[in-house]
Design a protein around this ligand. Structure first.
Ligand code: ADP
Ligand code: MG
Length: 347
């Protein structure tokens, strides 16, 4: 064989090896791990692309189980159950992550114009809307609960990573913020593993990393608050963002034609009745999004619409007359579903 031939063969071999590597890289990029588990009282869907998908999936699954053990009010030795049991008596030691979550929830309670309070536990318990025996409590019961709600009476001791509720009968409930906060922790964990594409959904709280490997964004449906679980008022693309939704359709009971839902107004003691049926908040900050979805729902239509244009978050708001409003920052990302029956889209 002459030299030219040898060079040609060598070039071909190098090109072939390159093609195989490219193909393998592509396959690795397209490989994903997905599945659904149950923890924190909700379904958890995950999808992670890349070679670290399985490890990330397993770490996330372990993380949410661990968090549930620490913050569930129904697990008698969880940090939060102990904090509630020892209300009015003594400080309780908390894991650093639970301490961080409590501090954030307390700070945000103070910024909510009275609409959000992490010490809403006694009222949630009396209504039991998410439990087995939902009922309209008596006026006396509601009055007694309201007196026990005050975020300022949660004392935090940072040096010892401990906390105490000032008065007996008080109780912390993190249901309106824990899932969004967990989304932030999961993002950190996934980024640590080198994930560049994927998402997690914790009972409707979404956290998205990057785009699909084909370069298209991940799209998600925004639930039709008056339709069944398969119906949407629109789709939204989320990249590097979280989304939290609070609606009156998720957990409620009806009595004498009145819908009593699980988003309670700590100022009145009754389910919030501010003219909204669904609020979605999109933000990089998952805890903020979750907090705001509940807070805006409770604050009501008029106050919420004043906040459509904020640079820390975007909103998709549905009022009780089925008007849908959204932040202009979502144009191009939010596609309203014009087929959704009864809705009027405003933008
Ligand atoms: P979901 O958990 O259904 O996605 P939210 O994030 O709005 O919806 O949280 C609702 C839960 O938060 C309730 O089930 C209750 O435990 C708690 N909660 C209800 N009202 C308030 C409130 N005003 N402030 C703080 N927590 C609340
Ligand atoms: Mg919330």
């Amino acid at each position: 064989m002459n030299r030219r031939w040898i060079w040609s063969l060598l070039t071909l071999a190098v090109a072939a090896a390159g093609a195989v590597t490219l193909y393998q890289n592509n396959q690795a990029r397209l490989r994903f791990v997905s599945g659904t588990t149950f923890a924190m009282n909700t379904f958890i869907d995950q999808k992670w692309f890349g070679s670290k998908g399985q490890k990330t999936y397993d770490r996330v699954t372990a993380f949410v189980t661990e968090i549930e053990q620490e913050i569930s009010m129904h697990i008698s030795n969880s940090d939060i159950a102990l904090l509630n049991q020892k209300a009015g008596k003594e400080y309780v030691a908390l894991s650093p992550e639970v301490f961080g979550l409590l501090s954030r929830a307390k700070e945000l309670s103070g910024a909510s114009q009275g609409a959000f309070d992490l010490t809403i536990g006694p009222l949630v318990e009396s209504w039991d809307i998410t439990g087995l025996n939902p009922k309209v409590p008596s006026q006396e019961e509601i009055q007694k609960d309201l007196e026990l709600i005050n975020w300022e009476d949660l004392l935090l001791d940072e040096t010892n990573s401990s906390a105490m509720l000032l008065r007996e009968g008080m109780a912390v409930d993190l249901g309106a913020i824990a899932k969004g906060w967990a989304c932030d922790q999961i993002r950190q964990l996934a980024l640590e593993e080198g994930i560049t594409s994927g998402y997690v959904s914790l009972g409707g709280n979404l956290m998205v990393i990057g785009q699909k490997p084909d370069g298209n964004p991940f799209y998600f449906g925004v639930r039709d608050p008056r339709g069944d679980a398969t119906e949407y008022i629109g789709t939204v693309s989320l990249e590097g963002k979280t989304m939290a939704t609070s609606g009156d359709y998720e957990r409620y009971f009806e009595e004498d034609g009145v819908r009593y839902h699980h988003l309670l107004d700590p100022r009145t003691g009754y389910p919030a009745d501010g003219g909204l049926i669904s609020v979605s908040v999109i933000s990089e900050d998952g805890a903020l999004a979750d907090f705001l979805s509940t807070t805006f729902f409770v604050l009501g239509r008029e106050e919420t619409l004043k906040h459509l244009e904020d640079d820390r978050y975007q909103l998709i708001v549905v009022d009780s007359d089925l008007n849908v409003y959204w932040s202009s920052g979502l144009n191009g990302n939010f596609q309203p579903n014009q087929q959704a029956e009864g809705y009027t889209f405003h933008q």
